[in-house]
Structure formats: C-alpha cells, structure tokens
Design a protein around this ligand. Structure first.
Ligand code: GLY
Length: 579
C-alpha cells in the first residue's frame, strides 16, 4: 500500500531545517520510523543511547539496534550499512573509512579500513608523457578507485559488537530492496550528478532517472540488495571474493580500471594504536596514519593550549587569527611529512612534541598574517567533498566515532554493473605529483606518493574526548581537508568558548590549509570579523559550506550516565536520534 500524505520542508527562525517529510506509507519500519514517512531531527536527548548521522533513516536504523540490545558498535555497523543505501553520495560499501572508539572497559580503539592502491598502480599513473597531471583520471571513472575497505572494516568492528551480523545488515537490505523516499536535497544531488553517471559508467545506473528526481520519489536499488545479501550470507568473502569480486573485475575490464581479484582478496582492515593526547585535562582520542586527522588535531590543539584562547572570546579577531595560524602550520607539515606509515617513515613523535610545536609558533605575530611562503614545513630532529560521519554512544559506556568516504560526491561516479554500488575515487588523495593540488587543493610529496598496496593519506578525523577517563564528546565530520579544522573548531567552541554542542556545530566555520594561502569561510562568517582579519593581511575566499558535523555529548553524575545528547549539523539532512 502506498499513500502519499504530505511533503513539506520547514525552517525555524535561525534558518535551521526542522522539516517534516510525510510521504508514503508502507509496512516496513525501523523502530517507529518508516522509510516512506520520516522526519528530520537536529537534536535528541535520551539516557540509553544516541546516534547522529547524515540521514534520518540511517540514524534510526542504528538507534533501533541499540533498542534491540545492541551496543554502540552494533549501531555503528548498521548505520554505516544503511548509509550505503540511503546516502549513496558518501555512504558506501565501495569506499573506505576509519573508526575510533572507547569501550566501556576503558580501551581506546582505532580501526583503519582505508582503501589501498591496487597492485598494478604506479607512481606516475596519473601523469602524461610530458609529466603533466591527468586529474580527470585520478578523480573520475574506473582508474580513480582504490581497493574498497568498508566491508572489511565492518567485520573488523563486529568483534566488539553483540548482535548477529545478519541482524545488522537486514535493514540495509530492506531499504535497498523495497526503497525509501528521497528528500529534496537528495533529488538535487542525484540530478546534478546525472551527466557524470552517464559519462563514467558502462551501464546506466539506477541513480539516473529519466525526467529527473524530485522530493518524494522512491529510490529502489535491487542490485545493491543482492550484493548486500551475498555479504550477509558469506561474510567479507561475499564482497571480496565470489560473485561480487567477479562483477568488480568485469567492471574494471569494461572501463579500463586496474583492480583485480588478488587486490580484493588481499584487502584487510588494520587495527591501529590511536592518537591519544591530553588537552587541559581532557583526553582526546583520534585516528593515526594513514589519516592526518589525529596528528593535525594534536598539533593544532597543542599549539593553542597555553595561549588563553578562551578569554579572547568566540570569533574575536585575536582567537580566529591564532587558529588560522596554527592551521596553516599544521597543514604545511601534512604536505611534507604525512603518509601511510606502513610504507613511509612519518616522524609522528617529533611532529607532536611540545618542543617542536613551541618552535613552530615562534614566528607567530599576533595581529599580522604570516604568509604561507614564509611557513616551510618544520625542521625536525632525527627521530626514532564527499565523506560522511556518524557518532554513536550507548548506555553501557561505549562511544564510537566513524568517518567513511567515497572521496568526492558519489566517488568515481562509477557503479559496479550488476552489483549496484559506487566505487570511490580515493586515488586522488595520493599526491599524483609533488606540488600538484588534489581535488581539495591539498599538496603532498614523497610521503604520499602512489605505491601498490599503499593507503592514500586522509584527513578524516573521527574523534572522542574523555572527561575523567570516560567518553564525553563523540565528534567528526566530512569535508575533505576541512575535516580536521572543523573538528578542531567544534572542540574549541565547546571546551574554550563554552558553547552548546548545537551552537558549536552550527556556528560558521573557517579553514586554512597552508596552500592555497587563503582563509576559506562559510557565507555566514561575520563580515566585520573578516574585515578585521583582512586588515592583518589575510585573504578570504567563500566556500559554500564547511562540513556536516555530528556530535554526541554524554553527561554523568559520578559514574552514572544521566543524559546522552545527539546533535546533527544544520547543513544537510543530518539527523539526531536518542532514547
Ligand atoms: N577523502 C577524503 C579524506 O580521506 O580525507
């Protein structure tokens, strides 16, 4: 039975989306929520558990797993799988991601399921004979894809979960098989990518609709449902071997890609030691290499720690200038030193040491911009746009922070024929040639050069902050190279500027990444503040929006959890759920 009831989008006085999407009534529900009738919440509070993600249906699927006795790891797995269906622009099984978690028994965990360069990848594969970069190939189509890691990551995560994997994947299968209604922004996004879907596919994918999509249309993905069933029935082998692998390799052959059976079979997720550092008595837990996110956070937070930024005031020219300058310096180091530690030596200890960071800020002049041309990567002592984030917390005290990505919106735009999932374009996160900017304008060098099997450097920054050794904040965002600066600003907004999680997420963000030497700002960044900073020598450029940050904050009385608040960013259809 399908009954169209209503379809309206509402905005409150602050311009925040509080819309209700009443569309079509059907029988399948996740908890209270139907894929054909759902609303978008930006804030939710409970005592038992909470999920915040880029899509209402994905958050509700995760919450439902918590209600059914699962823990935060169960919810994180089910939410990711649901995102792979309802949020095809970034949710994925054809991409990769990172998970940072803190368990109820006090363990900090980092799981790396970043994509890897195929075995036949070569250092100069995106250069023509004259050495000119061929960015179209690193960014679009079959050759742009790294070997996907998400499915391996989900199974690595599952050892911390409580429920059967079959239960966790079932909602995603249903959503793919029976469909769900799409919002106006999803319709716009799919329509905007239609020319690329046609160009970069050997078979027209389900994402292309003749006459275009509109809000309230139902997206059904039968082929994806069958692929998910193979994963349900055969585990990770249902993706990396057998029929799915055959379909990937066939797709590669049709479109000139290089991923082969061996690349898929060999893929493994890796559990790594997380980045852990202290900031004014709080413990910050982040993702290590091959993500630059955890180390950049450590560098930036430590460079401001002893500078009384809280007393300067939120969005004061003094505070913002200081933050821009620490961002500039940290990103200069990213370009020079950071890459996959399994392949290159990354001087992590030196880059994070107090003495190095003090030295790094020695040329900082309050009130005056330091041109990037004068900020070279630091001197070290020898030493031994599209991504998505979800935050989860449960009543047991587990906290899980996951950022996953296809890289650009809809990744390479290539859908595996017969398997219904999009492949990433993560190869562009390598440095295709020293000094040549990638799609985020980031430059890199030898540390991030292409090598077979290597993981490309990431900016993803899933983060957890502990207060008195217990999870307090679970934070992360998409946004390419703007990810670490968005997380940095969100944490300072809460810790130093005493903002609510909702304000910390929704307040305008800014970003500096060393090169290009400019401050990128959102449209609502205050103009008077911009003018004060321009007078100090900063150049500005507008950027549509920066990030879609999801925060969970946990309140305790003694050891007892008294509230778990989930907040979802105003910038998209992001949805907070809690009970
Ligand atoms: N693809 C974006 C990142 O990993 O940083």
């Amino acid at each position: 039975m399908k009954i169209t009831i209503n379809n309206k989008f509402l905005f409150n006085a602050k311009g925040m989306y509080t819309g209700i999407l009443f569309l079509v009534l059907q029988s399948t529900t996740f908890g209270q929520v139907s894929p054909f009738q759902y609303s978008i919440n930006k804030q939710a509070t409970g005592k038992q558990g909470a999920v915040s993600s880029a899509h209402p249906l994905a958050s509700e699927v995760g919450l439902d797993m918590l209600k059914q006795g699962g823990n935060a790891f169960d919810a994180a797995i089910a939410t990711q799988l649901a995102l792979a269906v309802v949020y095809p622009g970034a949710g994925n099984i054809g991409g990769g991601g990172f998970l940072v978690a803190h368990t109820t028994d006090g363990k900090s965990i980092a799981i790396d399921y970043r994509e890897r360069a195929p075995g036949r990848a070569t250092r100069d594969m995106y250069l023509d004979k004259e050495g000119n970069p061929l960015l179209n190939l690193s960014q679009h189509g079959h050759l742009a894809s790294g070997v996907p890691g998400t499915v391996a990551g989900l199974f690595s995560t599952h050892k911390y979960a409580k429920l059967d994997f079959v239960k966790l994947i079932e909602p995603a299968i249903k959503l793919a098989e029976e469909g769900f209604v799409i919002t106006a922004s999803e319709a716009r996004s799919l329509n905007g990518s239609a020319p690329s879907f046609i160009k970069y596919n050997t078979q027209t994918p389900v994402f292309v609709k003749s006459g275009g999509w509109k809000a309230g249309d139902t997206l059904i993905q039968k082929e994806l449902a069958v692929t998910l069933k193979r994963i349900r029935d055969n585990g990770a082998k249902g993706f990396y071997e057998g029929e799915t692998a055959r379909l990937v390799v066939e797709e590669m052959k049709r479109g000139g890609g290089i991923i082969n059976f061996e690349d898929l079979k060999k893929y493994e997720a890796a559990e790594r030691a997380p980045v852990v550092f202290d900031y004014k008595g709080y413990t910050v837990i982040g993702m290590p290499m091959p993500s630059s996110g955890g180390l950049l956070m450590q560098q930036m937070m430590k460079m401001v720690e002893d500078r009384q930024i809280g007393t300067m005031g939120f969005h004061s020219p003094e505070a913002v200038q200081l933050m821009i300058e620490v961002e500039r310096r940290a990103y200069a180091d990213r370009a020079e030193f950071m890459g996959d530690k399994d392949f290159v030596k990354v001087p992590v200890k030196s880059l994070a040491s107090d003495s190095y960071l003090k030295e790094r800020m020695s040329d900082f002049i309050p009130g005056k911009a330091t041109p990037s041309a004068m900020v070279k990567p630091g001197n070290l002592q020898a030493e031994s746009d599209e991504t998505t984030h979800l935050s989860v917390a449960d009543r047991y005290g587990n906290a899980v922070s996951v950022t996953t990505t296809l890289n650009g919106g809809y990744g390479s735009k290539t859908v595996v024929g017969g398997a219904g999932f999009l492949l990433n374009n993560e190869m562009d996160d390598f440095s295709v040639k020293p000094g040549v900017p990638n799609m985020f304008g980031a430059v890199g060098k030898e540390a991030n050069a292409i090598q077979p099997g290597k993981r490309m450097l990431s900016s993803m920054t899933p983060t957890i902050v502990l207060k008195k050794r217990k999870p307090w904040l679970v934070v992360g965002t998409p946004g390419g190279t703007t990810i670490p600066t968005s997380v940095f600003q969100t944490l300072l907004n809460i810790i130093e500027f005493k903002q609510s999680a909702l304000d910390a997420v929704n307040n305008p963000k800014f970003h500096h990444q060393w090169l290009p030497d400019q401050v990128m700002v959102e449209q609502d960044f205050p103009k008077t503040l911009q003018q004060s900073l321009e007078a100090m020598g900063y150049k500005f450029t507008n950027r549509g929006q920066i990030g879609r940050t999801e925060v969970i904050s946990i309140t305790r009385e003694g050891k007892k959890i008294t509230a778990i608040e989930a907040v979802a960013d105003k910038r998209g259809d992001d949805h907070a759920s809690a009970y």
